[in-house]
Write a protein that binds this ligand. Structure first.
Ligand code: ATP
Length: 404
């Protein structure tokens, strides 16, 4: 098991990780998520003893990594697939690592087989593609047959077959009772691979819960409605009617409408009263990606803007429709963060009130909602905000990693 308690890392006046406490348990794949620059790699480096915490501690099996007996046989990690001497072949690179850790040479050929690099084992790694480099990094992590494995973005650069292989590998390693801690920005992949999630934002813990609970706690159920593509005016008519009835309507990229705040039967009635035919009316729960976006929206440091293409756009031909808005772009409240007082459930209703589609006062209010999800446990409350940055004089600038 990996255990972090009050883990904090400052680089000069930059607080990369603040007061992080979590456990990564054996027998499960634990996903480590967070926006760019949120402190995932820093945390992993501290777990592996490559960076020293400014405060707090992190242990593996009860020991800080530098004190762990026979560490290379107990812990395997892929942090940076490019951290390989390019002049060495894949095999020699692994042989060097094996010799340093007292691992028999025959194990090198075994792991080369596991990652599918036998054919290129004697080729210099500087000619490797990104995906081949990732496979070599995974081979290095598996070398000591460790009980604890850390992978920082393991599927980066892999082809679909490689991604599927990594997914199955992670699951198989966890099923053998190992501790598997894996960071990724690919939410769809995490949804399929991870059992548990640790989510951080700006170095602080945002969530520590199962994937299922995370999605339930950070997403609103919604209805999807589609009107006939051939009659765009019906879409506009329905949008006005639903908005008037208290619904919140957002256009989706494919022309459908996403509606919250109204129960499905009410949407159907409103459409009928407005004389709008429907091609689709379906209940939905958000994806892990949407739940993640909703939770981390306030903790994103690097945000893109819409490309206005000033002076480059041709005027629209008469009668042409402007392009549909893209969810998340130019719509800052698309993934509105859930109100903290409701434990991260943006549309959860008090007990005895209508479920996620129910609007107070709407027909059907107070009646059981067939689409209501059971209320999940409230997510862990985020830690207190970071203290003001320490001055450069008091910061731990003497540590070797700070000199990088
Ligand atoms: N050696 C260092 N010196 C100074 N600042 C650093 C150092 N390493 C990391 N940082 C800063 O700490 C913060 C966290 O970086 P880190 O690489 O841990 O984030 P991350 O979550 O892994 O990001 P990404 O998803 O983009 O890989 C960033 O602001 C980064 O600039």
């Amino acid at each position: 098991m990996i255990e972090a308690v009050g883990l904090t890392k400052r680089y000069g006046d930059k607080t990369a990780v603040y007061n992080l406490s979590f456990q990564v348990r054996p027998g499960a794949v634990t996903g480590f998520l967070g926006p760019n620059g949120s402190g995932k790699s820093t945390t992993m480096r501290m777990i592996l003893g490559l960076d020293n915490p400014t405060a707090g501690q992190v242990t593996i099996g009860g020991y800080p990594y530098p004190k762990l007996p026979n560490a290379p046989r107990q812990v395997g990690a892929l942090l940076d697939a490019k951290a390989v001497h390019g002049g060495r072949s894949a095999r020699s690179h692994l042989l060097c690592l094996a010799q340093l850790s007292g691992i028999p040479a025959r194990r090198v050929d075994e792991v080369l087989g596991v990652v599918g690099l036998q054919e290129v084992a004697r080729k210099r790694s500087k000619g490797f593609s990104l995906g081949m480099g990732q496979r070599l990094g995974i081979a290095a992590a598996l070398l000591g047959d460790p009980q604890v494995l850390l992978f920082d973005e393991p599927v980066n650069g892999l082809d679909p077959e490689g991604i599927l292989w990594v997914r199955n590998l992670m699951k198989a390693l966890a099923a053998e009772g190992r501790t598997v801690f894996v960071s990724s920005h690919l939410m769809s992949e995490m949804a399929l691979t991870a059992d548990h999630l640790i989510v951080i934002g700006r170095g602080q813990l945002l969530a520590d819960m199962s994937v299922k609970d995370f999605i339930s706690a950070n997403s609103a159920d919604f209805a999807r409605v589609r009107t006939p593509d051939t009659e765009p005016q019906l879409r506009e008519k329905l949008t006005s009617a639903l908005t008037e009835a208290g619904g919140h309507v957002l256009p989706e990229q494919d022309g459908a409408l996403r509606i919250t705040g109204l129960p499905l039967p009410r949407i159907s009635d409103i459409a009928h009263d407005a004389d709008v035919r429907l091609w689709e009316l379906s209940p939905h729960q958000a994806s892990l990606e949407e739940a993640y976006m909703r939770m981390t929206q306030g903790a994103v440091d690097y945000r893109s803007t819409v490309d206005q293409k000033s002076g480059l756009m041709q005027p629209l031909p008469p009668g042409a429709q402007p392009p549909m808005p893209v969810p998340g772009q130019g719509q800052p409240d698309w993934y509105a963060p859930p109100p903290p007082q409701q434990g991260g459930q943006p549309f959860a209703m008090p007990q005895g009130q209508p479920g996620p589609y129910g609007a107070p006062g709407a027909p059907g209010a107070g009646q059981p909602n067939p689409y209501a999800q059971p209320a999940p446990a409230a997510p862990q409350t985020p830690a207190a905000p970071p203290q003001p940055p320490v001055s450069a004089a008091s910061a731990d600038l003497t540590k070797p990693e700070d000199a990088r």
